[in-house]
Write a protein that binds this ligand. Sequence first.
Ligand SMILES: Cc1cc2nc3c(=O)[nH]c(=O)nc-3n(C[C@H](O)[C@H](O)[C@H](O)COP(=O)(O)OP(=O)(O)OC[C@H]3O[C@@H](n4cnc5c(N)ncnc54)[C@H](O)[C@@H]3O)c2cc1C
Length: 501
Amino acid sequence: MTKHDIIIIGGGLGGLLTATFLAKEGMKVCLLEKDKQLGGCLQTFSLQKKVFDSCVHYIGGLGEGHTLNTIFKYVGIMDKLSLKEFDHNSFDRIAFGKEAIEYPQAIGKQNFIEQLLPYFPKEKEALKKYIDTITLVGDHFPLYRLRNGSADEKSAVTGWSLTDTINSITDNPKLQQVLTGNNLLYAGEADKTPFFLHALVMESYIHSAHKIVPGSSQISKFLWNELQAHGAEVHRSMEVKKLVEENGELSYAQTADGERFYGKHFIANIHPEVLLSMLDSKQIRPAYRNRIKGLDQTISTFMLNLVLKPGTIPMRRHNLYWNASENSWDAVNYKPQDWPANYAAFFTEDEQNPGFAESLSILSYMHFEEVAKWHDTENYTAHKEDRGEDYHAFKEQRSETLLAKVTERIPELQGNVTAHSAATPLTYRDYTATPKGSLYGILKDINKPTETTIATRTRIPNLLLTGQNVNLHGVLGVSITAIATSAELLGMDYLLNKIKA
Ligand SMILES: Cc1cc2nc3c(=O)[nH]c(=O)nc-3n(C[C@H](O)[C@H](O)[C@H](O)COP(=O)(O)OP(=O)(O)OC[C@H]3O[C@@H](n4cnc5c(N)ncnc54)[C@H](O)[C@@H]3O)c2cc1C
């Protein structure tokens, strides 16, 4: 019987990065991933030979000198990634209803202010205050600056509400909306979302915004190479079903086909609710189980992917965030008859026709309840199942509705789509095993700070957690959490010194 130092359950970014930190220290690491493709949300797929991202369309903080750049350099993948930078004067543009203006959010803190100023000439002080405030909040999160700090630093700012803080920065309702109009980035909810979530995400994109071409799976591919170079075992199509405890500690992970993987330590890169369903331990109290089960999840999404006729759709070097309502917070509470209530459009350039897009991916909020009647079907690469004709008809109908809405703003789309595919909350649920296909996992709620904060440690001494449900989602957030998780075994100062060396 082989006993590994570390068994990692789930090969998303969180699992892969934690595995790499530990394998680099000579630990015997074994990673178990249920899908055929590693990466979880970093997976890509192709349609008419065009590569599409299943989730991650752009990444903040990969620029020289920023935190994610330093982390990715340390794990040996930074220089291998093929990156495209977004337009410095607008990585995102924010639009509302039928208003023609698309408000820019720019790279560079001073530039961010300057690009918005023409639209809000009286708001210079407010814009400056906004930038100062997100910087201040970022400074309160030591790991975002790659330093070891105390929990007290964070707690000084974690109680701030996003809407209250923005409203205190400016009383201009339009500017309030423009600053938060891409809240799909963190699936924000008015009166629930903490300001720090917004600040950490926005600060990273304002620092730098990149797209990985031809796809975010480059991250998982290169991390996998690193793992192999450090002697780690990586098993795909290996779904963990049970974690078995002996003498107060986890002993082995048992997979769907009955294989057992023994380890000294276990790290779960999966949603805590899914983890608890695998654990039959008296150390996990019923109150904790109920708390985790009772938590709200962030909303899910419908994604439409389009292959475009060459040379027809001008390339945009920014993403477009559109909100049906003047109040972008309404979108999360949309009624099915009013769908779509928002969308984010992500363009990929055609290398053969520079200046034109080869494909477009469009994301719009969707409640799981809209697809709940097919909930007992399961379909992902390692487990194929047809969900049936009525499901396909639903997807087609929603694809047409969404395309028609986007065509209102990008009329060149009319007649220039050569192929399309769509993903629903069920797709996300099945590919990442996230309850209800939630975009970013557990919803952070300032009214329930303790309940919605998940720790890396558990009551089982040799079980740690990592991934987007602990701390923060997104490539940056999950990478920071991977440091926090690995530091439980390596020591924080030790690991940070190595990363920064
Ligand atoms: C639609 C969408 C768009 C996004 N866009 C962006 C973006 O543009 N930029 C950005 O920075 N972030 C984006 N994000 C967020 C980001 O992708 C995630 O926060 C991050 O990738 C999550 O990583 P993770 O490792 O925590 O989880 P996941 O990527 O979900 O990985 C979990 C892994 O565990 C595996 N697993 C689950 N159960 C088991 C089991 N029983 N046994 C074995 N393996 C199991 C899953 O198959 C999966 O591979 C987006 C997310 C979504 C859903």
